[in-house]
Design a protein around this ligand. Structure first.
Ligand code: AMP
Length: 144
């Protein structure tokens, strides 16, 4: 069965056009990155393309090549900014694959030895905590 068409009213489309706020860490002509509001670890960032794509299944391969370079850049900055021991990078497709917001995005989740991941989409983080992490990561991106 074909996947539904891209829904222009999804919450990330509204963030991309400025209709809804976010804790933005990075933006260029291809991508935007901002803090996940229900982080699975401190410093959990989402990276998404500016162009519409529901998920990896309908994305333009040429755009994906550019997007993954941004994912790498932001992953390096997150690791550096938060002195992470490692990173988990996730990307969900369709409800059966765990996707809940239907604009393509990659999760960059910093990891530390012996710190368990928190559950997906469970607990909202305080705005001031997200802002402090955002500032550290955004500063590190300018050094990459
Ligand atoms: P998924 O579609 O399953 O990859 O997950 C969507 C992710 O977006 C989850 O990790 C949510 O916590 C996160 N999320 C949902 N709404 C917002 C929002 N308004 N700003 C930032 N992150 C969000």
């Amino acid at each position: 069965m074909p996947a539904p068409a891209y829904d222009e009213t999804n919450i990330f489309a509204k963030i991309l056009c400025g209709e809804l706020p976010c804790h933005k860490v990075y933006e260029d002509d291809v991508a935007m990155a901002f803090m996940d509001v229900m982080p699975q670890a401190d410093g959990h960032v989402l990276v998404l393309p500016k162009s519409p794509a529901r998920n990896i299944l309908d994305a333009d391969p040429a755009m994906l090549g550019k997007l993954i370079a941004r994912v790498q850049k932001i992953a390096l900055a997150v690791k550096e900014a938060l002195a992470a021991d490692g990173l988990t990078i996730l990307q969900y497709n369709e409800p059966a694959g765990g996707q809940t917001v239907f604009h393509l995005h990659f999760h960059i989740i910093p990891r530390w030895e012996d710190v368990e991941l928190r559950p997906h989409t469970r607990a909202p983080e305080k705005a001031e905590v997200l802002e402090a992490l955002r500032a550290k990561i955004a500063a590190a991106i300018t050094q990459i």
